[in-house]
Design a protein around this ligand. Structure first.
Ligand SMILES: Nc1ncnc2c1ncn2[C@@H]1O[C@H](COP(=O)(O)OP(=O)(O)O)[C@@H](O)[C@H]1O
Ligand SMILES: [Mg+2]
Length: 475
């Protein structure tokens, strides 16, 4: 078993994560070394043989039987609520509370993984046989096989809890590069599956993945910030030194600090890629804080700023700052005045999996990101929420070339993924930025709306619903 300490150390420090990424942009390429290792560990059988009936799904060496998967998928998936994640109390937790968190985590994860395995099996055989999709499929089988031995156990001593946390850490680590790998796989399979089917699958899959990771990461974070394991020098997580944290939730998260840190990271990428460093200004009420998951906010803000900075540079308006306005809602505001309903009909099956907040009326924050990057062409606009739709092409993105990609039809992102190593440190290319950011925003009941002023610029409204008053929850 791999040590749990290494992958966790750099993974969970919210403040360090952006700093680590910035180092990686400027120094060695952390992302590409992970993301390019996409070869499937197992053979992909030919889809069109007389064995078709025998192979209802790709063979696997993982020790999970079809009966076990059927048994798990017959069970109802527990609708996750935020109260579930904070019900064990504020860290440091007692050993008993920690065991209870571990057992709760254990009760949820195998069912969630089995449902994902089932969904992957339901894809056309030729798609799940693709080496990249197959790798993800096998990752799920592998992860489930590591949890099954725990399934009928109760975690009631520290040794078991430590071991279980190491299994969780391994699980989180295994699935870290899922997105670029799936993106590559679906692009390679685009002859066999329609963009609508891909978007439907990915919307459910990636949204469920947000919840699964959150459950695992919450226990890992609680583990490290709790008394039995607390070691200030080893702890990678928010802990008693950071009293505003409960696991991975920061009850006093500052959006302006996150924005500044993410904007610095994205500006580094621009500087490397275009030789230009766009400016940004934060106005509104920058001192606002609210309860939210910092990793989620970092993901969303990074993607939205990549889009804004890219458009700014490619349109030649580098001198115009991207303006980010932070607008907290008054506590008694009622329903939000800015309604952020995404275009109808493309929400996937996710809404039912959205996490229930502690308090439906928790005040939220709306963040507007305004750029002078020329807006979005009317023929591009209807596609921006589709996975894999991008107007970015490696060879087209030289500023001043007059061929800036905006206004074109969707391009083949495969070349971009291959050329860029598909890392998080590329400015654009997967076409997952907007749909996945919306998935993260909607996870806690928020949303994203894009308002394009074609020929001028774009306003993106990100509404985040606070997760509620966590302090009212008693352990
Ligand atoms: N602020 C913006 N200004 C201009 N175009 C944008 C902006 N944000 C998004 N777009 C358009 O939407 C497309 C999809 O965005 P996204 O989902 O982030 O994927 P990617 O950035 O990888 O292309 C982009 O390729 C771009 O054409
Ligand atoms: Mg983008």
């Amino acid at each position: 078993m791999r040590s749990i300490f290494r992958p966790l150390r750099c993974f969970y420090t919210p403040k360090a994560s952006i700093a680590t990424r910035r180092r990686n942009v400027l120094g060695s390429c952390f992302y590409s070394s992970h993301a390019t290792s996409t070869s499937s560990p197992s053979p992909s059988p030919s889809p069109s043989t007389s064995n078709d009936e025998k192979w209802s799904h790709p063979p696997s060496t993982a020790t999970v039987t079809d009966d076990e998967i059927a048994d798990l998928t017959n069970k109802r998936q527990h609708p996750l609520s935020l109260a579930d994640l904070v019900k064990h109390g504020r860290p440091p937790l007692s050993a008993e509370a920690l065991f209870s968190s571990a057992n709760f985590t254990l009760s949820l994860l195998p069912i969630r993984l089995a449902h994902r395995i089932q969904a992957l099996r339901n894809l056309p055989f030729i798609v799940v046989s693709n080496p990249n999709i197959s790798k993800i499929y096998h990752n799920y089988l592998h992860s489930l096989s590591t949890l099954l031995p725990w399934r009928h156990r109760t975690i009631n001593n520290l040794d078991a809890e430590i071991l279980f946390t190491s299994v969780l850490a391994e699980l989180v680590h295994t699935h870290q590069d899922t997105i670029p790998i799936l993106a590559k796989g679906f692009l390679e399979c685009r002859r066999y599956i329609s963009p609508q089917e891909v978007t439907r699958f990915l919307d459910t899959h990636l949204r469920t993945r947000i919840g699964t990771r959150l459950i695992a990461e919450q226990h890992i974070a609680l583990h490290y910030s709790s008394l039995p394991h607390f070691d200030p020098s080893a702890s990678p997580t928010p802990c008693p030194e950071h009293p505003s944290y409960i696991g991975v939730i920061d009850t006093a998260l500052s959006p302006s600090a996150v924005i500044d840190s993410c904007a610095g990271f994205v500006a580094d990428i621009c500087e490397l890629k275009y030789g230009v460093r766009p400016h940004w200004v934060i106005d509104g009420e920058p001192e606002t804080t609210f309860a939210f998951v910092p990793m989620h906010l970092e993901y969303i803000v990074t993607e939205l700023l990549k889009n804004a900075f890219r458009a700014t540079v490619e349109s030649g308006h580098n001198r115009e700052p991207v303006v980010i306005t932070i607008a907290p809602e008054p506590p008694d505001a009622g329903p939000p005045r800015v309604t952020l309903e995404p275009p109808a009909g493309d929400k996937g099956a996710f809404k039912s999996d959205a996490i229930k907040p502690l308090d439906d009326n928790a005040p939220g924050v709306t963040i507007r990101i305004r750029d002078r990057g020329g807006g979005i062409a009317p023929d591009v606009l209807p596609n921006i929420w589709s996975y894999s739709f991008t107007t970015f092409m490696e060879e087209d993105d030289i500023p001043g070339s007059g061929n800036n990609g905006n206004g074109g039809a969707g391009n083949d992102a495969l070349s971009v993924i291959s050329a860029s190593g598909s890392g998080g440190s590329s400015i654009a290319g997967l076409g997952y930025g907007l749909p996945l950011s919306r998935a993260y925003a909607e996870y806690f009941g928020g949303g994203i709306a894009v308002q394009s002023l074609y020929g001028w610029g774009t306003d993106v409204y990100l509404r985040l619903k606070g997760v509620g008053k966590i302090d009212t929850i008693s352990p």
